[in-house]
Design a protein around this ligand. Structure first.
Ligand code: HEC
Ligand code: HEC
Length: 322
């Protein structure tokens, strides 16, 4: 709500500036008159433009919408186990920093500029999901919209929308199986600051992954390039390593990761070892900006699938021209 107060302050400031301008207009001395008028007009135009951007940012925050899926998750032991595996290797990077699925990590601090707090939700029964239906949680994972219909910005920036319906249900089963833990998170969890709102209003922030309304399928799980392709569709490798995995580009939201064609020179065992230990075959210790700890929690089969996909993908431009 503090942003509404900021917006009112900016508009009030604009009004005061316009009023000062009219006072300057009445002055007799022409230097003071025109100088005063020019200065107040410029400032009023500036505060007014910022107000317009902030206001349109506030409007955009409420623009994302997606239908609630009609699902009821059985919660079998098999589903819970599958959900745990995906959560540990993916969701946990943001949701399990303080404890298993207890949330509380401000993802905003990882962005190149601070645009406000984006605190990962507590997904245990201590968090708000305990009051949500299975369909509400499904929509949050699939389309980044919460039970009240608000945009979950960070969720909409992840590739979680690509998870199959079956895997999304498995995640819900796992979330439902967790005991209460951790603390409460502010509601709503996204608290954009004035800069964030103005940038959103100016169209400088991504509007999130497209809404998916159909059914998502996954290929059969196995150590194949095809299954690796599926894993890479929902894992956020491309958010950091670039759309073609040939390296991130300046200006992207995520940290810049290197060209993954390097993996073509590695053996499968060296690849698996790199993601399990955080040390690559050259002895280089990977920084924490590379989420190797969660990714390395994939089982051998999944890591092999990712490896198979990477060594069979088309080469980078540099290798192609050599
Ligand atoms: C890049 C970090 C990141 C990843 C990865 C991520 N989340 Fe989130 N999640 C967030 C943040 C931050 C929020 C708070 C709202 C927002 O900004 O999206 C959130 C909110 C949610 C919510 C809404 C709950 C509430 O109380 O508001 C659900 C459900 C959720 N995440 C589930 C998942 C699941 C399941 C996965 C894995 C498939 C996942 N998230 C992966 C960062 C992440
Ligand atoms: C949040 C951003 C981010 C995500 C998501 C991410 N990476 Fe990375 N990755 C990095 C960064 C940054 C580095 C460089 C780390 C360093 O050198 O210290 C890196 C390094 C690597 C390396 C080591 C390269 C080398 O030469 O040593 C591999 C392999 C790798 N990533 C694979 C992956 C795969 C596969 C995925 C998806 C399953 C993934 N990454 C997801 C940011 C990311």
């Amino acid at each position: 709500m503090s942003n509404i107060i900021w917006l009112m302050t900016l508009l009030a400031l604009t009004a005061v500036l316009v009023w000062s301008g009219t006072r300057a207009w009445r002055l007799k001395k022409s230097v003071l008159k025109w100088g005063g008028l020019g200065a107040t007009a410029l400032l009023a135009a500036a505060t007014f433009s910022v107000s317009v951007l902030v206001a349109s940012g506030l409007v955009k925050l409420h623009m994302r919408s997606a239908p609630v899926q009609n699902v009821k998750v059985a919660g079998t032991a098999e589903q819970i186990e599958r959900g745990r595996a995906i959560s540990d290797s993916f969701c946990g990077a943001c949701h399990s920093k303080t404890g298993t699925l207890t949330g509380g990590m401000d993802v905003g601090k990882e962005l190149p500029i601070y645009l406000g707090a984006f605190v990962s939700a507590n997904l245990t029964p201590t968090g708000r999901v305990s009051h949500w239906s299975d369909g509400d949680i499904f929509r949050a994972i699939r389309n980044g919209v919460d039970a009240d219909g608000h945009w979950l910005m960070m969720m909409s920036y992840t590739s979680a929308s690509r998870l199959s319906d079956e895997d999304t249900q498995a995640l819900i089963a796992y979330i439902r199986s967790r005991p209460p833990a951790g603390g409460e998170i502010a509601d709503p969890p996204d608290q954009l600051n004035l800069l964030g709102l103005a940038m959103l209003g100016a169209g400088l922030l991504p509007s999130g992954k497209p809404i998916v309304t159909g059914v998502n399928f996954a290929p059969p799980k196995g150590p194949t390039a095809r299954y690796g392709e599926y894993i890479l569709s929902y894992q956020d490798c491309r958010e950091c390593h670039g759309p073609q995995l040939t390296g991130g580009v300046p200006g992207q939201l995520g940290p810049i990761g290197p060209d993954l064609n390097i993996v073509k020179d590695w053996t499968r065992d060296a690849f698996v070892k790199t993601l399990r230990t955080g040390i690559d075959p050259g002895g280089h210790v990977l920084s924490e900006r590379m989420p190797w700890r969660p990714i390395g929690k994939m089982d051998d089969e999944d890591l092999t699938a990712v490896f198979e996909y990477l060594i069979h993908m088309p080469g980078s431009q540099t290798t192609a021209t050599n």
